[in-house]
Ligand binder design. Structure first.
Ligand code: UDP
Length: 196
């Protein structure tokens, strides 16, 4: 699929169903995919953060149109953008997929205790979902190795990372080569929302 350019940031105009299918295929093929759900705030950040823009342009594999602003901008440019693919919605769809297919997931980020609370909630909403590890998002650089080891040793195939944008994408870029999960996705405040 060809990316559309929204303020010079490439966005892939997939529907939610198409995005879930694409990511399921990646897991089946044992290929890596770095997902960003690009809302207007993220696209604006890219305007004066060259490193962030480079991540969305050259490092991320799938950049989805999160938010009415991104969908509107794409349509203004004359592209067919089917619908909004919001980060929180995709997170939930992938939890559902993980429950159905037995994919293992890891929750990294948010304040201490929040990922665990989100795990409990995920287990009640998506029966059979396997959250193989949780780790809060407040750490020092010297903790990176133990965090990466915990993620890799958990056998997770999907890593959800909630450090907020752009921190989560910058952390992923730095450590992408070391990470084993096939799907890596920044989800902002989604653990807080799910945990309630
Ligand atoms: N966070 C974190 N570590 C940090 C900074 C933030 O784990 O060093 C977490 C924070 O607790 C919250 C999330 O990242 O759970 C950021 O949520 P926010 O809604 O601000 O992110 P956005 O959706 O705007 O990217």
């Amino acid at each position: 699929i060809t990316a559309i350019q929204v303020l010079d940031v490439p966005v892939h105009p997939y529907s939610m169903d198409a995005a879930v299918q694409y990511l399921d295929d990646k897991i089946q093929e044992q290929k890596h995919s770095f997902v960003v759900t690009a809302n207007a705030e993220i696209i604006m950040m890219c305007q004066d953060d060259a490193e962030y823009k480079n991540i969305l342009t050259n490092v991320a594999d799938l950049v989805l149109p999160d938010g009415a602003g991104t969908v509107w901008a794409g349509r203004q440019l004359g592209y067919a953008v089917p619908e909004r693919v919001a980060g929180f919605d995709l997170f939930n769809r992938l939890l559902n997929l993980a429950a159905e297919k037995g994919y293992r997931v890891f929750f990294f980020g948010a304040s201490p205790g929040i990922a665990e609370a989100a795990k409990k909630k995920a287990e009640s909403l998506y029966s059979g979902v396997t959250v193989v590890g949780c780790r809060d998002g407040y750490f020092k650089d010297s903790d990176n190795k133990s965090i990466i080891d915990a993620i890799n040793n958990s056998g997770a195939q999907i890593l959800f990372i909630a450090l907020g944008a752009p921190k989560q994408e910058k952390w992923l870029q730095t450590h992408l080569q070391e990470l084993k999960p096939y799907i890596t996705m920044g989800i902002g405040g989604s653990f807080d929302v799910l945990a309630g």
